[in-house]
Design a binder for this molecule. Structure first.
Ligand SMILES: Nc1ncnc2c1ncn2[C@@H]1O[C@H](COP(=O)(O)OP(=O)(O)OP(=O)(O)O)[C@@H](O)[C@H]1O
Length: 863
């Protein structure tokens, strides 16, 4: 089961009023017995309006609420927390956060340690909030169905523990961010609660498991950050309301561990380690608060991931929650420095802005959107029909409802409904996908746990196997020892049989030991005979001795040695190789053998080897011991084989589980990818649409500009023609229009009237040319135009005109082509052509006619 720290979906309406900022209250506790005994003085003062606190000699801080030591628990609750409980019941996430130095009264204020037996005036924020919550639930039970759950966790040494289920290993709990950016606690189990008493019992139960310890500063110091979360789900049961409209809100009540200076708390060992992690967590929290509270840093990265505490409080600080921080301070002058730090810390938190929203179920949000869409479409259709009838469109839900009953709207409504159904299908599919991905995620978690279990099992089995192998090796060593003992025994036996030279002390010692061996034989009972046969059939490696590295080949058999028949029958090659040990043989050949025995074999071995009264008894006794060892080894080997096959089976299961996990992870990743791709596609499409609209508008502007240009050009051409005609009819004044030269004609700009006159006289020599002069008498340094003009130039002009026309056509065609490309629809282009062509065609036709009917050019002389 997954406990989400914040709801999965939100209403789109983000609150951006005063309630969006983190509210900060300061609560000062009175001097405690220890401080009074130490003669500490109060160094904190308060303004009357309960808004300002003054520290020492005039360091003034302003907060939303300031509570002096005389303010009761109830007042603190009513001013800071009551509004948050109300807003939680309205669907907003809420957080209350107690911060302060160790022993400053955080746990006292939060009431984390309160029990059902606690006095009313002692009750802290938590029990009061729970009581109010269930009061609201009861008051609204006639209209709303509530589901209330709770979870209680602590962060101790940067590990999260489920205080309501203390057997959950911290490794099974992790902080995640879901697809909507909400923080969830995977692995923490939530408990459903129906009344105040049962929730208080959960609070009491969890508090028992919270890590506390004694320090010099506080006898019952909380060594962890505790977070009690109340989850409120609600749904209206009124007739008119939608059953799918589920609102979920979370209320985190956080009792932080106290900031502390190791020197003052006297923390050593375990307490010291705790102290370090507590301070690290609070430092990370401080960094987050400064990043969020500092205007300049607001756009920068917020280091939520620096610790588990900040990650868990991501929604409460700068996220989707209404948050209140209660900064607890000590009034003692001995704590002045810590108090100053707390006030500075809290002051920064005041600048944090959150984004609280009502947390609605995603499905109901989509449904509402679809409903609104349908209504808007219906209204639009209705208004268009009314307009068609020549009436003024009506608005308002009542008229809409009435008109929607009209028969003619049915088809339209059916279409809309079909569309809505299709949308719903898509939404349902998407939800199913999301659900499945969540399930897969949980399955993956389970599989991971299983794999971890299997891995530890396999490692245990491996250890066991190793132990068993060591045991086997030990027994093999023992077997070797026993073999050596047999060898020694066999060597002693002949000497002993003819052992007149053995001293009476040795003889009695031997007898005693043989008696002991015989005792062993008796102990083994009737099974001994069968174990002999198993001994005979035992196949030991005949070629080499692992311990000595000697091979059978290197053994030299003594020529004068006669193997006792019984031993020869029973010992196989491997045992014999030990029997004919060269050292032993050397000892036997030595005439002073009995006294040398102790040199050839370790004293213990010799002592054991002398336990027989006869060769038969000795070999049987030794064989029995060996058989005993061999049986043990056999049993061990069987056990080892069983364990090995178990390990193989577990390995196989592990492999299958890993494959399953990998497959599930693959599927999950694919689904996530698909979802991402879909979202991206939607985003891309909307961007593309916007770009297209902008482009269309731009193109429309360009085209209208082009048309204007084309028309201006056309006008210019018209003027040109008129000028040419005028020239042909001998009216040179018209050649200069508004002081500008006609473009396209060879022009000489004359600086004065005289210059123009001279030029005109110079050209009268040539009868084939016409000299034109434009004169502007009124203007000093008048602009004039002169040129030679004949049929050849007229043709030239015609050619230029044609070029201009072609250019114009090209511009228009290009505009049409561009339009075609942008719109990709014939209809729009046709419209454009229709808009553009008639005007242009008329102009073109006029120009053409002017060309056709223009009289031939006369040769004129300007005298
Ligand atoms: N407002 C108060 N009025 C009376 N006594 C108080 C008040 N606040 C705190 N105390 C007392 O001060 C002592 C320390 O308080 P508490 O344990 O709540 O501190 P803390 O900040 O939670 O410490 P730590 O961080 O070490 O857990 C307790 O004995 C508590 O009863």
């Amino acid at each position: 089961m997954t406990a989400s720290l914040s709801p999965s979906h939100h209403d789109s309406q983000v609150q951006d009023d005063d309630s969006s900022s983190v509210r900060v209250a300061v609560r000062a506790r009175p001097l405690i017995q220890k401080e009074i005994a130490e003669n500490s003085k109060e160094c904190v003062f308060y303004s009357k309006d309960r808004k300002q606190v003054v520290l020492g000699k005039g360091r003034r801080f302003t907060f939303d609420h300031v509570f002096s030591p005389v303010i009761s628990q109830e007042d603190v609750y009513n001013e800071c927390v009551k509004p948050l409980v109300e807003s939680c019941c309205a669907g907003y996430n809420a957080t209350v956060l107690a911060y302060g130095q160790t022993g400053s009264g955080k746990t006292f204020t939060m009431g984390c340690g309160n029990k059902s037996s606690s006095l009313e005036e002692e009750l802290g924020v938590l029990p009061r909030a729970i009581r109010q919550l269930f009061k609201i639930v009861e008051e609204r039970s006639h209209e709303t169905e509530f589901l209330v759950k709770c979870a209680f966790v602590e962060i101790y040494n940067d590990e999260i523990k489920d205080l309501l289920h203390p057997d959950t290993p911290p490794k099974a709990i992790s902080i995640r961010e879901d697809a909507n950016g909400d923080i969830i606690l995977a692995g923490v189990r939530e408990e459903e609660v129906t009344n105040f008493k049962s929730m208080i019992r959960f609070l009491e139960y969890g508090s028992v498991f919270r890590t506390t310890g004694s320090t010099l500063m506080n006898q019952h110091s909380s060594r962890s950050h505790a977070i009690f979360t109340i989850i409120v789900e609600q749904r209206s049961i009124l007739e008119c309301a939608s059953r799918n409209d589920v609102i979920t809100a979370k209320f985190h009540l956080v009792d932080l561990a106290g900031s502390e200076r190791v020197k003052r708390t006297g923390a050593v060992g375990m307490r010291f380690k705790e102290s370090v992690t507590i301070n690290c967590g609070l430092l990370a929290l401080g960094n987050v608060i400064s990043a969020l509270g500092d205007e300049r840093k607001r756009c920068q990265h917020v280091p939520y991931r620096e610790s588990k505490l900040t990650r868990m409080l991501q929604d409460s600080l700068g996220g989707n929650s209404r948050t209140c921080m209660i900064a607890c301070i000590s009034t003692a002058d001995t704590d002045l420095e810590e108090t100053l730090n707390t006030l500075k810390y809290a002051n920064r938190a005041r600048n944090i802005r959150n984004k609280p929203v009502i947390n609605r179920d995603p499905q109901s949000v989509v449904l509402n959107q679809l409903r609104q869409e349908i209504r808007a479409l219906q209204l639009e259709l209705l208004n268009s029909r009314i307009r068609n009838m020549g009436l003024v469109p009506v608005c308002g839900p009542q008229s809409l409802e009435l008109l929607l009953q009209d028969e003619s709207h049915r088809e339209f409504l059916a279409n809309i409904r079909a569309r809505a159904d299709a949308n719903m299908d898509v939404v349902a599919e998407l939800n199913a996908l999301r659900r499945k991905s969540r399930e897969t995620e949980q399955e993956n978690l389970k599989l991971k746990d299983e794999i971890q279990g299997l891995e530890s099992l396999v490692s245990n089995l491996r250890e066991e196997m190793l132990q068993t192998r060591t045991e086997r090796d030990h027994y093999e060593l023992r077997l070797d020892e026993v073999n050596s003992e047999i060898t020694a025994l066999m060597q002693v036996v002949p000497h002993w049989e003819n052992g007149n030279d053995i001293s009476s002390v040795v003889r009695s010692h031997l007898s005693e030991m043989v008696m002991r061996v015989l005792g062993k034989i008796d102990d083994e009972g009737p099974g001994a005979a069968s174990s002999e046969s198993s001994f005979c059939s035992l196949d030991r490696p005949a070629t080499s001795d692992a311990a000595t590295g000697e091979s059978e080949k290197s053994i030299s058999y003594p020529t004068d040695w006669v193997m006792p028949q019984e031993c020869n029958n029973t010992l196989n090659g491997w045992a014999r190789s030990r029997l004919y040990d060269s050292q032993a043989v050397a000892s036997i050949r030595d005439p002073s053998f009995p006294s040398n025995i102790e040199l050839a074999f370790p004293p213990k071995t010799v002592a054991k080897s002398m336990n027989c009264t006869s060769p038969g008894q000795a070999s049987r006794g030794a064989r029995n011991i060996i058989n005993l060892h061999l049986r043990t080894i056999q049993v061990l080997e069987e056990r080892l084989a069983a364990i090995e096959s178990d390990v193989i089976a577990k390995d196989e299961a592990l492999r299958e589980a890993s494959e399953d996990l990998a497959r599930d992870e693959r599927i999950f990743a694919e689904k996530m990818k698909e979802m991402k791709a879909l979202k991206k596609l939607a985003r891309d499409m909307s961007t593309e649409k916007e770009a297209l609209v902008q482009k269309t508008e731009r193109n429309a502007a360009i085209i209208s500009h082009m048309i204007n240009e084309a028309l201006a050009k056309d006008d210019e051409l018209g003027c040109l023609r008129t000028s040419i005609e005028t020239l042909q009819t001998g009216r040179p004044d018209a050649f200069v229009m508004n002081g500008a030269c006609v473009p396209g004609l060879p022009v000489t700009l004359l600086n004065s009237k005289k210059e123009a006159d001279d030029d005109s006289f110079a050209n009268t020599e040539n009868p084939d040319k016409v000299v034109l002069q434009a004169k502007r008498d009124a203007v000093d340094g008048a602009i004039g135009v002169s040129d030679t003009f004949g049929p050849a130039h007229l043709d030239d002009c015609k050619g230029k005109l044609k070029v201009e026309e072609e250019k114009e056509m090209l511009i228009v065609n290009k505009a049409i082509e561009d339009q075609k490309q942008h719109f990709g629809e014939g209809v729009r282009v046709e419209e454009l052509e229709l808009k553009v062509s008639p005007k242009l065609r008329n102009k073109k036709r006029r120009n053409f006619l002017m060309n056709c009917f223009r009289p031939k050019v006369h040769e004129t002389h300007d005298s």
